[in-house]
Design a protein around this ligand. Structure first.
Ligand code: NDP
Ligand code: 5RP
Length: 464
């Protein structure tokens, strides 16, 4: 008998199945495409003895003891179809886990509908890409806590480990796991964009080659910027295209796709009355990247940017990136806290940060301190106000300011770095400028405003 079923044996489902099989967990595997199941069994080698191929969902369920646990690893658009096919065959107490990148609102809807039928449903964020799924992902689980015991041993066995501790945790009810994964991806978007902006400053401002820029990223593999994304950026910039002999990065089109998680993060931030502006800038930059023809036309119309006017020193760029990265993470945590309040999840932010320390795409040496600061309680909900981070920012913000200024002066786009700075400057300003906004709203809409001495909801003495 198998312990768990997996539906969807594509990139992630196959890798997770092999990971489980390697940990001694017997897995029944099913996919719409029988050839995909066959490919998985073939590549499993000796691990195939822990895999049972199931050509139908009926066969998959027959291979499982009750209560049954089924992990669904299909594209988000196919999740409802899989659940609709599966649910009528299930019995109360069975558990469906959606391990794909689903919108947490869909997860809430699915969890509510399935729990009415006595079925358990988890929305589980899986991070680490194919390699992580195969050898140790970070797993962010949401759903009814009572069902966690059904699969806790399996999921903690396959998860990445940070100093021996598994990077898998039940984080809260209904959509909590998928929300945390969505914000994880939002932070991922922001970090990738800021790294790309630093690359752009060196490529277009300092006219450096991919190899030269790669050496700079290699130098950041240790120290406060140490992280998976910095590591792969160094590797990418050092790689050569075998066909042309040119740096691989130089022959790749400058239009990046997106599947939705970054956009969902921004949409939810706005719906919660927040703005994750650094993530928003990164989502916007990806959208703009797809408008290649408009950018080509713009390049022909306007004077060129950059032009070898030199670039900030490597240490300066490193400090700037560190400051912006802290602010990006901070916006993500603020958003998770708002969602937790709005949906009554009682999210443990420190635990979420802890399970991001290994296995996931945004793993970074900073996460130990982020988890520590969250555990101690974030002052006013702001990571940047926590003592460890305010000290780091005191040291690094001047570099971020100089780097942004230098880039703007040369006409080089740095939307995410500039957004990080804008947020920081706003959040350290005791008296902002919204007093004027309030007055304007009162003039055109009679919206009223509060006086600074506490008198409330007055209208102003505006002339005609
Ligand atoms: N790739 C990555 O790095 C990561 C992906 N994810 C998420 O994981 C999920 C899966 O991604 P990934 O593995 O990359 O996707 P793939 O497209 O590689 O695999 C999905 C598999 O599901 C199968 N499938 C689709 N519909 C059904 C169905 N109704 N019944 C059974 N099988 C079905 C597909 O078959 P067919 O090809 O025949 O349609 C395919 O084999 C997505 O939500 C993705 O966003 C999460 C983290 C990282
Ligand atoms: O979840 C992931 C990593 O954490 C997936 O790789 C996801 O596809 C990344 O998002 P996008 O495709 O929009 O860049």
């Amino acid at each position: 008998m198998a312990r768990i079923g997996v539906i969807g044996t594509g990139v992630m489902g196959a890798a997770l199945s092999l990971n489980m099989a390697e940990k001694g967990v017997a897995v029944a595997v099913h996919d719409l495409d029988a050839a995909s199941i066959g490919r998985l069994i073939d590549r499993a080698g000796p691990l195939a003895e822990n895999l049972t191929a199931a050509e139908t969902t009926e066969a998959l369920l027959a291979a499982l003891p009750t209560p049954r646990a089924i992990l669904v690893m299909v594209p988000s658009g196919a999740v409802d179809a899989v659940i609709d096919g599966l649910a009528p065959q299930l019995a109360p107490g069975d558990l469906i886990i959606d391990g794909g990148n689903s919108d947490f609102l869909d997860t809430r809807r699915r969890e509510a509908a399935l729990s009415e039928r006595g079925l358990n449903f988890f929305g589980m964020g899986v991070s680490g890409g194919e390699e992580g799924a195969r050898h140790g992902p970070s797993l962010m689980i949401g759903g009814r806590q009572e069902a966690w015991g059904l699969v806790e041993d399996i999921l903690t066995a396959i998860a990445a480990r940070h100093e021996g501790e598994p990077c898998a945790a039940w984080l809260g009810p209904d959509g909590a796991g998928h929300f945390v994964k969505t914000v994880h991806n939002g932070i991922e978007y922001a970090d990738m964009q800021m790294i790309a902006e630093i690359y752009g400053i060196m490529r277009d401002g300092a006219r450096q080659s991919a190899a030269e820029i790669g050496a700079m990223f290699e130098g950041w593999r240790t120290g406060p910027l140490s992280s998976y994304l910095i590591e792969i950026t160094g590797q990418i910039l050092a790689a050569e295209d075998p066909e042309t002999g040119r740096p691989a990065v130089d022959v790749i089109r400058d239009s990046a796709g997106q599947k939705g998680t970054g956009r969902w993060t921004v949409i939810e931030a706005l719906k919660l009355g927040q703005s994750a502006s650094v993530i928003e800038a990164a989502v916007a930059a990806r959208a703009w990247s797809s408008r290649a023809e408009a950018r080509q036309a713009g390049a022909a119309l306007f004077a060129p940017a950059g032009g070898g006017a030199g670039a900030p020193a490597v240490d300066e760029l490193g400090r700037a990136l560190l400051a912006a990265r802290i602010i990006g993470f901070g916006q993500g945590l603020t958003l998770m806290r708002s969602a937790s309040d709005a949906f009554d999840w009682d999210l443990d932010l420190a635990r979420a940060a802890e399970i991001w320390r290994a296995g996931c795409i945004i793993r970074s040496v900073l996460l130990d301190d982020i988890a520590g600061a969250a555990r101690a309680g974030l002052p006013e909900g702001e990571l940047t106000h926590a003592p460890a981070f305010s000290a780091m920012l005191e040291e690094t913000i001047p570099s971020l300011r100089r780097v942004v200024l230098a880039a703007l002066g040369q006409g080089l786009p740095v939307p995410a770095l500039a957004a990080a700075l804008g947020y920081h400057d706003t959040m350290r300003q005791a008296r902002g400028t919204a007093n004027l906004i309030q007055a304007q709203r009162d003039v055109f809409g009679a919206h009223g405003f509060d006086y600074i001495d506490g008198r409330a909801d007055r209208h102003g003495p505006w002339g005609a």
